[in-house]
Design a protein around this ligand. Structure first.
Ligand code: SF4
Length: 265
């Protein structure tokens, strides 16, 4: 018999729970992808995580694909705790991604508190472009912040990403003053994030956070089939070569004391 879902308890919509992840924080991690984002990055590889609603797509001619599943705090906690032994054996934990996880986590603070009582290491992967209240509500529970650096020109950020840099800088200051552990991540493309002007701005930001390590990577085109499945317009971006990434790394290394690492995706 099909289990009844108590709609009053539904808190979040999730598109994927990815297990055994090695690149989303320390140790082996379970990464949770929330559905819903306030940005519209033209290179986004996860188009299914932009709308906050459950969506329906197609795989091939006939088969329908559902993007998004409703979870209550209890359901999510039970699902995640299946991986506890992997975390404890490797110093890993859970990473909340998306979408923009900060727009969802405040709805499941009870679960976060429960996980922290069991000393589970919690991380978020965030663009950080949200009003600070979304960050401050969950600050107590989250140990590690993987923060994107994208377009640092106010006007371009607004017109290209639909973002807001004021919230971004406010939130970075909060993380800095709370002494939270941060990793910067830069998705590189020659049109927006790795232009000469934007790299200069990134350098100025890194000078303010000289101890924060940096990861850079070329944006990729792996989201194409999901765009097609959802009937959304897809735009292909040219990948940045290894030599170009080395050049960006060398430049950024001059502005920070922390390591700058190329991530190969
Ligand atoms: S912040 Fe991430 S999920 Fe949101 S649009 Fe940009 S790339 Fe996509």
């Amino acid at each position: 018999m099909k289990e009844e879902i108590d709609l009053a308890k539904i808190r979040v919509v999730i598109t994927n729970i990815q297990r055994m992840c090695m690149d989303d924080g320390p140790g082996i991690r379970t990464t949770v992808f929330f559905k819903g984002c306030n940005l519209k990055c033209p290179w986004c590889a996860n188009p299914e995580n932009i709308s906050f609603e459950v969506e329906y797509g197609r795989e091939g001619l006939r088969q329908e694909k559902i993007y998004g599943c409703y979870y209550s705090e209890e359901m999510l906690y039970e699902e995640l705790m299946k991986d506890e032994k992997f975390w404890s054996n490797t110093g890993g934990g859970i990473t909340f991604s998306g979408g923009e996880p900060l727009l969802h986590l405040y709805r499941i603070q009870g679960m976060l508190e429960k996980l922290k009582k069991r000393y589970i290491h919690l991380a978020v992967e965030t663009a950080l472009q949200v009003p600070p209240k979304y960050l401050t509500r969950i600050l107590t529970w989250i140990d590690y912040y993987i923060v994107d650096i994208k377009v640092l020109d106010r006007k371009l950020c607004r017109t290209v990403l639909h973002g807001n840099l004021d919230g971004y800088f406010d939130n970075l200051r909060i993380l800095g003053s709370e002494g939270k552990e941060i990793l910067f991540r830069i998705p590189c493309n020659m049109e927006y994030t790795a232009t000469h002007e934007n790299l200069e701005r990134i350098c100025r930001l890194l000078c303010e956070f000289p101890d924060v390590p940096v990861e850079i990577f070329s944006i990729h085109n792996m989201g194409r089939t999901k765009y097609e499945s959802l009937g959304k317009a897809y735009r292909e971006f040219e990948r940045i070569s290894g030599i170009q990434l080395e050049g960006i790394k060398n430049k950024l290394e001059q502005c920070t004391d922390a390591p700058v690492v190329i991530r190969h995706i």
